[in-house]
Design a protein around this ligand. Structure first.
Ligand SMILES: Cc1cc2nc3c(=O)[nH]c(=O)nc-3n(C[C@H](O)[C@H](O)[C@H](O)COP(=O)(O)OP(=O)(O)OC[C@H]3O[C@@H](n4cnc5c(N)ncnc54)[C@H](O)[C@@H]3O)c2cc1C
Length: 388
C-alpha cells in the first residue's frame, strides 16, 4: 500500500503581522456591532457590505495578480486571512465561492476579457458566484449531469435543473456544468462550463429551506437560457477536466474543519466559567483541541503543496473527511458536556444558539463539496494505486 504524507509547512514571516491586522479588524467590527459571529457562516453569513470592506483592505482576491485588480500575494497569506475569518465566525458567504474557486478558475481557464471583467470585481468584493454542478439525479456521479447546452447562433441555449445551489438567490453569476455534446462512450467527454447570469431571461431560482427554516441553497431552473460565446469558460468539451481542478480548491480549505470552531471556543468559555466542569468535560475538550491542532497542520500542509503547484488531491480528501467529522464531533461533545438546552432563538452570541444552529446545519457538513464516502473512494484508490 502506498503512503500519504503531510510534510509540515511553515507560514511565511509576514503572516504574523497580517494575522494581527486581520484579528484587530475583526475585533473592531464586532465591537462596533456590524455583525454577530456565528457558526457555519461561510454558508449562511451573507453580508455584501462586509465583503466590500474586506475587498477595500486587500483581503479578497489575494492571490489574483495585480494586473487583474488582485493583491498578487501568496496562497499561504490568503490561508491566514481565511483562517482568521472562519475562526471569528465572520459573515463571509457573499464572496466565499468567488474568492475561493471562481477567481482561480477564471485565472486558469478564463479568456482575457473574462479575467478583465470578473477578477477586479471579485477582488473588490462586489461580484458573487454560485456553483451549478449538482442536479436532482446527479450529485456524486457528476458526469451524469443532464443539463443540455444546445449550439445556437452566437452562443448556446441551456436547459435543465440544478439543485442545492448555495447562494444562487443572492449571487449575480454561476458556473454551470452542462452536456454540450450527446453522451458517448466516454462519459467525461462532451461536458462544458458556462458563466451564466442568474438574472438572465429563462432562469428561475427557487430557495430551498434548511432545517433552521432559513434558505441558503436553491433549485435553479434553466429554460432555454441564452449564453453568449464569450461566456463559455475555457474550452468547449473540456468541462470535466476544468471542474475537477475547481473541486480541488473547493475541497481543500480550512472551512472543512472550522465551521463549528466558534462553538468549540464558546464551549471552552462556558466550561471555564463553571466552578467544577469535571474531568469528563476536560478530557473531551482536550481531545478535540488536540485533533484541531493536528487537522490544522494537515490542512496547512495541503495549502503549502497547492501553493507549490502540486495537486495533493488525496491529502485534501483526507482533510475533508476527517475535518467534517470533527466539526460534527464538536457538536456531539457540546451536547454531552455543556448541560445547555440548544435554542435557535437564544441571544445571538450564546452557546445555546450556536449549539442549535450548528446542530441543524451539521447534516450538510459531510455532504457538501462531495460526500465523505466519495472522498474515501478517492483515498482508497490512491493508496492502492498500482496494486491488484
Ligand atoms: C449544504 C449544502 C450545500 C451545497 N451546495 C452546493 C452548491 O452550491 N452547488 C452544487 O452544485 N451542489 C451543492 N451541494 C450538493 C452536494 O455537492 C451534493 O449533495 C453531493 O455531491 C452529494 O450528491 P447527492 O446529494 O445527489 O447524493 P448522492 O450522490 O445521491 O448520494 C447519496 C448517498 O449515496 C452515497 N454514494 C453515492 N455514490 C457512492 C459511491 N460510488 N460509493 C459510495 N457511496 C456512494 C453518498 O455518499 C451519499 O451518502 C450542496 C449540498 C449541501 C448539503
Amino acid at each position: 500500500m502506498r503512503d500519504v504524507r503531510f510534510p509540515l509547512a511553515a507560514l511565511p514571516p509576514e503572516a504574523t503581522s497580517l494575522r494581527g491586522e486581520v484579528r484587530a479588524f475583526l475585533q473592531d467590527e464586532v465591537a462596533a456591532g456590524r455583525w454577530v459571529p456565528g457558526v457555519d457562516t461561510w454558508l449562511s453569513g451573507w453580508d455584501a457590505a462586509f465583503s466590500r470592506r474586506l475587498g477595500e483592505r486587500g483581503w479578497l482576491g489575494m492571490t489574483i495578480p495585480t494586473e487583474y485588480g488582485g493583491q498578487g500575494r501568496s496562497a499561504l497569506e490568503r490561508y491566514v486571512v481565511v483562517e482568521e475569518l472562519l475562526a471569528a465566525g465572520a459573515p463571509v458567504a457573499a464572496h466565499w465561492i468567488a474568492d475561493r474557486q471562481t477567481g482561480p478558475s477564471l485565472l486558469k481557464h478564463g479568456s482575457e476579457e473574462q479575467r478583465q471583467f470578473f477578477l477586479p470585481r471579485i477582488a473588490r468584493g462586489e461580484c458573487y458566484f454560485a456553483i451549478g454542478m449538482s442536479e436532482p439525479d446527479s450529485g456524486s456521479d457528476l458526469a451524469s449531469v443532464r443539463t443540455r447546452a444546445d449550439r445556437v447562433e452566437g452562443g448556446w441555449r441551456l436547459t435543465g435543473t440544478k439543485v442545492w445551489t448555495s447562494g444562487a438567490h443572492e449571487a449575480q453569476w454561476f458556473f454551470v456544468l452542462a452536456r454540450s455534446e450527446p453522451l458517448g462512450e466516454d462519459r467525461h467527454a462532451g461536458l462544458s462550463q458556462f458563466v451564466v447570469d442568474l438574472h438572465a431571461a429563462g432562469v428561475t431560482v427557487r430557495p430551498i429551506q434548511l432545517l433552521t427554516g432559513a434558505a441558503h441553497f436553491n433549485e435553479v431552473v434553466l429554460d432555454g437560457v441564452f449564453v453568449p460565446d464569450e461566456r463559455v469558460l475555457g474550452a468547449v468539451g473540456a468541462g470535466w477536466r476544468q471542474v475537477t481542478a475547481e473541486l480541488a480548491f473547493e475541497r481543500s480549505g480550512p472551512e472543512r474543519f472550522l465551521s463549528t470552531y466558534l462553538l468549540l471556543a464558546s464551549l471552552v468559555g462556558h466550561l471555564a466559567r463553571q466552578a467544577d466542569a469535571g474531568a469528563v468535560a476536560a478530557a473531551q475538550v482536550g481531545a478535540l483541541v488536540a485533533r484541531l491542532m493536528t487537522l490544522r497542520e494537515m490542512s496547512l500542509s495541503v495549502a503549502a503543496a497547492l501553493a507549490a503547484g502540486q495537486a495533493p488531491a488525496t491529502q485534501a480528501a483526507l482533510v475533508k473527511d476527517v475535518g467534517t467529522r470533527f466539526e460534527q464531533e464538536i457538536i456531539e461533545a457540546a451536547h454531552l458536556v455543556a448541560a445547555v438546552e440548544p435554542d435557535p432563538d437564544a441571544a445571538p452570541d450564546s452557546l445555546a444558539r450556536r449549539l442549535a444552529h450548528a446542530t441543524l446545519h451539521s447534516p450538510g457538513f459531510t455532504l457538501r463539496g462531495g460526500t465523505n464516502e466519495i472522498l474515501r473512494g478517492i483515498v482508497a484508490r490512491a493508496l492502492s494505486a498500482g496494486e491488484r
